[in-house]
Design a protein around this ligand. Structure first.
Ligand SMILES: Nc1ncnc2c1ncn2[C@@H]1O[C@H](COP(=O)(O)OP(=O)(O)OP(=O)(O)O)[C@@H](O)[C@H]1O
Ligand SMILES: CC(=O)N[C@H]1[C@@H]2OC[C@@H](O2)[C@@H](O)[C@@H]1O[C@H](C)C(=O)O
Length: 383
């Protein structure tokens, strides 16, 4: 087994999650400490701007380079701090880092020829997914090998490039009763369905906290709707919700995945901007839950239960809406003994070892690739 630190900077742009895990890429051994280092407001703002301009800039862009340097530095700090904690608690060091980086653009090839996930006609150009972060600098700063660039080989092979975590969900859920649905509610939502025979089906459900965070920021100036207070004070608007529910992404069969901004236009066109702050928040919460219910219609068989990870499980308005929209029991992943804040970071530790061992990262049932595919790249000292 290798001792890894997985590092995830998610679509919420709130900071870097880091987690220590011992693993051979297939099984999980000891699970060590985890931490989250938030980004300074200025970096958060600049990363948010990067998402808006990513389609128009190239890899040499000066603004991008400045952001990447600050982002990588924050990751290096997270590694340094976590290694200290691991040494204090376990007297262990680390062999390998799994560095996801920050997705600033995600436009995989449409799964259906000539149509994007929203059903709109598009030219079938080469697909593209872009995670930024300087793996060479992180390897130099830490003195460790770094696995990175986890998604681009899959997209180049015609896959969706996301989600990647399902194979790790399946490993963690080995002893749990199936069928099982594991839902991650980050900026975007994604679900992993695991069948009784271990079959995997995984895809992005729709927007989750992303639009809700943007809404809360405009309405209250806060980074997110703390404890769902705004949403719990409002009522979902039936007309706006009805328009959103007609979005073709919901009915489109998997494989499918989303960019953090993919629904912004649909939300504007549905008239969400005209709603009061509480009703707008309640409508976005209801839509997030309805997207998950729509996702369940693509499952081969109903799950026995839903395990929910990611920041969305901390929002009581979201959890209440999910319980109302889904037919099976909904629990935070903690009921299975998992850590819902660190799950993605832990997964990138496991995926890093899969990169090093050339084990597949993606599968026909997860990203739609034709056959199980390896991916990712390694830099730094040889293992
Ligand atoms: N107490 C809380 N009340 C309401 N919402 C919360 C709370 N805590 C976290 N959140 C939500 O969770 C979000 C962060 O979730 P998370 O860290 O899972 O996202 P991420 O990993 O960046 O996204 P992704 O999984 O899409 O990459 C916050 O932006 C916020 O919307
Ligand atoms: C392109 C990209 O970064 N996608 C993320 C995003 O955040 C949630 C959802 O959209 C998921 O598909 C994916 O992340 C998780 C970690 C994954 O790949 O499994």
């Amino acid at each position: 087994m290798l001792r890894t630190i997985g590092l995830m900077s998610g679509t919420s742009l709130d900071g870097v999650d880091a987690a220590w895990v011992e693993t051979d890429g297939e099984r999980i051994g000891r699970i060590g400490p985890t931490l989250t280092l938030p980004y300074a407001p200025a970096l958060r703002r600049d990363l948010r701007r990067l998402l808006d301009i990513a389609g128009e800039i190239g890899p040499q862009d000066g603004f991008l380079a400045g952001c990447v340097a600050r982002l990588t530095e924050r990751h290096a700090e997270a590694v340094e701090m976590l290694r200290e904690q691991v040494w204090e608690s376990l007297r262990e060091d680390t062999d390998l880092l799994g560095f996801h980086g920050q997705t600033i653009l995600h436009r995989p090839l449409p799964a259906v020829r000539g149509r994007n996930a929203a059903g709109e006609a598009v030219l079938r150009e080469g697909g593209r997914t872009w995670q930024v972060g300087d793996a060479v600098l992180l390897a130099r700063r830490s003195g460790l090998s770094v696995a990175h660039d986890f998604r681009s080989a899959d997209v180049a092979a015609g896959g969706q490039g996301a989600p990647l975590v399902p194979v790790v969900h399946a490993a963690m859920a080995a002893a749990l009763p199936k069928p099982l649905a594991v839902l991650n509610l980050g900026g975007v939502g994604n679900v992993t369905w695991i069948g009784e025979d271990g079959a995997l089906l995984a895809f992005d459900t729709g927007p989750a906290n992303g639009p809700l965070d943007d809404w809360a920021r405009r309405a209250t100036g806060a980074d997110y709707d703390m404890d769902g207070r705004l949403a719990l004070a409002g009522q979902p608007d039936g007309v706006v919700l009805g328009r959103l529910l007609a979005h073709p992404y919901l009915e489109a069969p998997p494989p499918k995945s989303l960019d953090r901004l993919d629904f912004d236009r649909a939300l504007r066109e549905a008239g969400a901007d005209a709603l009061s702050p509480p009703d707008g928040a309640a409508t976005l919460v209801a839509f997030c839950a309805a997207c998950v219910a729509a996702a369940a219609r693509h499952f081969p068989a109903p799950p026995l239960q839903w395990l929910v990870g990611g920041g969305g499980r901390r929002n009581p308005a979201v959890m209440r809406a999910l319980a109302g929209a889904l037919e099976q029991p909904v629990h935070p992943v903690e009921v299975a003994g998992w850590n819902g804040d660190a799950l993605e970071a832990q997964a990138f530790g496991v995926l890093a070892v899969r990169v090093a061992r050339r084990l597949p990262l993606t599968f026909p049932g997860t990203t739609g690739v034709e056959a199980p595919m390896t991916g990712g790249r390694l830099v730094g000292p040889l293992l």
